[in-house]
Ligand binder design. Sequence first.
Ligand code: 2AL
Length: 245
Amino acid sequence: MRIKVINPNTSQSMTGLIRVAAQAVAWPGTVIEAVCPRHGPASIEGHYDEALACVGLLEEVRRGELEGVDAYVIACFGDPGLDAARELARGPVIGIAEAAMRSASYLATGFSVVTTLKRTNVITQHLVDKYGVRRHCRRVRATEIAVLDLENPATDAYRTILAECRRALAEDDCGAIVLGCAGMADLCQRLGDELGVPVIDGVAAAIVTAEGLVRARLATSKRGDYAPPLPKAYDGLVAALAPAG
Ligand code: 2AL
């Protein structure tokens, strides 16, 4: 099966990190195609970044539909464009936040999210409500590490994230940690080993969810709001993305 993993920011190095994390959990027969859009924000750290990242992301889904992709993973913790991508795609589209939070709730009654900048907390809180996991999410904790600084050795991101996870386990009455950024995927195993509780990286959780759904021959419902977008003219910058019907 072919899974297209779309990092909606334009960081090539983060896309490489996401590709490695995806391939590490994928079945041998699964082809992982990890991409990022050519245009859009370098990192996604707020509502404006998210809104503009969606255009490049949806272009990648449109291309994937022509290429015979079986499922998509949206590899950004705000799950930007998830519902719109489901309108375009035949196969399943899995957001890493949804996959991580649902996986966490299989493994512990309560989880806390450890994320990047505090200004992104509200995006996660909105998703907690959208996905109906309010009773499981104990707290969303920011580290104030900018997304692109996760890869900067000078910031010692691992130590900061580890310390925040320890605070979560001490104070939040949680049994699992959800990592709140795709750029943290490479830290997941080490954090889990050191903390001794399940630490969930959404990239891995989304890949195994997508694989399972495709294997079960399940696809996105085309009845109701995930039906293909209605054909109509789009003007200006997005004219080329108009739904053809
Ligand atoms: C993210 C993420 O996963 N990728 C990105 O650019 N921003 N999430 C976050 N909370 O900062």
